[in-house]
Design a protein around this ligand. Sequence first.
Ligand code: GUN
Length: 293
Amino acid sequence: MEILDGKKVSNQIKEEITVKVAKMKQRGEKVPHLAAVLVGNDGASLTYVGSKVRSCKKIGFESTLIHLPEETTQEELLKQVDQLNNDPDIDGYIVQLPLPKHIDEEKVLMAVDPDKDVDGFHPTNFGKMALDMETFISATPFGIMELLKRYQIETEGKHTVVIGRSHIVGRPISILMSQKGNPGNSTVTLAHSRTKNLKELTLQADIVISALGVPKFLKADMVKDDVTIIDVGITRVPDETREKGYYITGDVDYENVSKKASYITPVPGGVGPMTIAMLLKNTLLARERHNAQ
Ligand code: GUN
């Protein structure tokens, strides 16, 4: 069994970007500038956004955190989005999800300028991704593809079972894994909450990508020997004995499934760090595209 070390690979990617940014600076060019909009005080979102902004600083990007109160109206948020769209200093930005319930997420994501949509959530960018066109690919599926690529995992002709059909992970990764290319060329089954006999499907899988958010859902008796496991789940489980009051766990019963797997991503330290690295990569791409315009 080999661990797919997302932390190590993400550090490699960040180093590669750092070198590029240093060269941009040397040439007197503007460095990439990422902005993040966070509405409210959701604990996990605060951690993720904080981590994204810290990573920017480390690699030489400019970054701006726009932290708005929970009571922010949809209109106010749309105004903020419009400002970011029109700010020539900002190369790319994200609106951290989930948004408070009184805000229509779809409306906000639709308002983001696709050229600055480094999350790849805008329908224009999602559509381009589905059509194999150059675009911003959402950070989590992009990170999974990059991890598979750098570990040279064979995906061609393999049966990949994706669990979860979210717009951010399950749906896009199912498309990417089935596309022509390497990684890609996989036969994909997209399973979800209405799927019957999930175990029958996962037992046939060469690769399982789980993006469900249910701790330790995937058990050892649900997978075959030598399977490749990509665990996208990041759930906070309350635990008084821990300093933070919780621990992080994935969708996979790691202790037992890892004994059968040929490759597996740990949680934490697998897909999570890759997501941040690919967001930074998209922001660099946005800067390069703006330079070329
Ligand atoms: N919430 C969970 N994952 C993501 C992500 O990749 N981007 C944004 N904007 N919000 C998220």
